[in-house]
Design a protein around this ligand. Structure first.
Ligand code: GLY
Length: 378
């Protein structure tokens, strides 16, 4: 691999994670980002590490990938924190999935059975029992599932740590420099083109999130089927009297948005998220903010008093079957690592370890084989 040039298109957690791992093996890597690296979906995310909450039981391969990536998290965090010499806010207080009405409780029971079948560490709690743990919850909360192994990481700290570790290892970060074209000749990648001109690359890795299908030069037949799925979010400032230590997810059968509340160590309380098919529109709407506030207030009435610190909208890179697109493509030396949809932060460790292994060994592992682009090709 020495003297080979690797170009990574997209400097979110996926691109940075792969780049960091490759630079640890002394590979020459340049990451290109059309804006500031890590400031798109990676920055907008909430950082929940919850394989089952973000996938369905009908998606067993995706669930397994999520569970396997979650199992890698402690090792990943140790390695990253030690390389970057900073914390990434990994927290293991777990998650409570709550319901308020009988329709919600039915949905919770269905989820609980699926979690038990998967052997996950879950416990059924009454409303009173969950309020003993999280006293800020509403008296209307009637039942909850306690998920001991659904953790969280501070995704923004993880972006900063990945950038630091990658740069420390000699990685090159080329920000505000959109890729104009990937050069493909005779079914083989030759390099990439930016406004500064052509850059030869032995391997190009496409990790441009919801923009991955828009890069010129990729034959139409193998464009990754990735689209933006908008999520509106906000952050509140927790104050004395309103303290939440675990992630709270509210299941509301009657409403369009299931809200989650994610407490950060610095006192921020992240509230998310809508899920909207609005193309690349990132405007905040009254309806979106209303759904978040209603959901958060129903779960934790005390949020009524809290100051709003920030509002934003992110674009999840959704693939056609909700699973990421990983690995080799019919174009030699063009590798995909995109389409992570609602699970980008959760799937960062497994993607970074597996794609860097693929680059170094040229062998597709059993882990990523089911997620290759060929599943979409005729
Ligand atoms: N993973 C959280 C979300 O996509 O809203």
């Amino acid at each position: 691999m020495k003297n080979k040039e690797i170009s990574i298109i997209g400097g979110g957690v996926i691109g940075l994670g792969i780049g960091w791992q490759l630079t640890k093996s002394c590979v020459d890597v340049t990451i290109y980002d059309s804006a500031e690296a890590g400031r798109a979906a990676s920055w907008a995310a909430a950082g929940m590490l919850a394989p089952l909450a973000e996938a369905h039981t009908e998606e067993p391969e995706l669930l397994k990938l999520g569970c396997d990536s979650l199992a890698l998290y402690p090792k990943w965090v140790n390695e990253l924190e030690s390389d970057a010499e900073m914390s990434v806010g990994f927290r293991v207080e777990g998650t409570h999935i709550i319901g308020l009405e009988s329709d919600d409780t039915h949905q919770l029971q269905h989820l609980y059975q699926a979690q038990q079948q998967l052997g996950l560490q879950v416990h059924w709690l009454s409303g009173g029992e969950v309020r003993e743990i999280e006293s800020a919850l509403s008296p209307r909360v009637s039942a909850a599932i306690q998920c001991e192994s659904d953790y969280q990481v501070d995704n923004r700290l993880m972006v900063n740590a990945l950038k630091t570790a990658y740069l420390k290892n000699g990685g090159v970060l080329n920000e505000n420099n959109p890729i104009e074209k990937i050069h493909v000749k005779d079914c083989q990648v030759g390099g990439i083109e930016t406004r500064e001109g052509f850059h030869r690359s032995d391997i190009v890795i496409l990790s441009a999130g919801c923009w991955s299908s828009q890069i010129d030069g990729i034959p139409d037949s193998i464009r990754p089927p990735v689209r933006p799925v908008k999520g509106q979010m906000m952050a509140l400032q927790m104050e004395e009297g309103i303290s939440i230590s675990s992630v709270i997810r509210s299941v509301r059968a009657r409403y369009p948005t299931n809200v989650y509340l994610v407490p950060r160590t610095d006192g921020r309380l992240i509230i998310g998220a809508t899920s909207e098919e609005m193309g690349f529109d990132t405007r905040l709407t009254v309806g979106g903010m209303f759904e978040l506030l209603r959901g958060a207030w129903e779960a934790v009435p005390g949020v009524y008093e809290l100051p709003i610190l920030e509002t934003w909208a992110g674009l999840r890179p959704g693939s056609r079957d909700n699973a990421p697109i990983l690995g080799k493509t019919p174009i030699e030396n063009l590798i995909y690592a995109t389409g992570h949809y609602r699970n980008g932060i959760l799937l960062t460790p497994i993607t970074a370890y597996e794609i860097s292994k693929l680059v170094l060994s040229d062998v597709t592992s059993d882990v990523i084989a089911p997620f290759q682009i060929d599943r979409f090709l005729e």
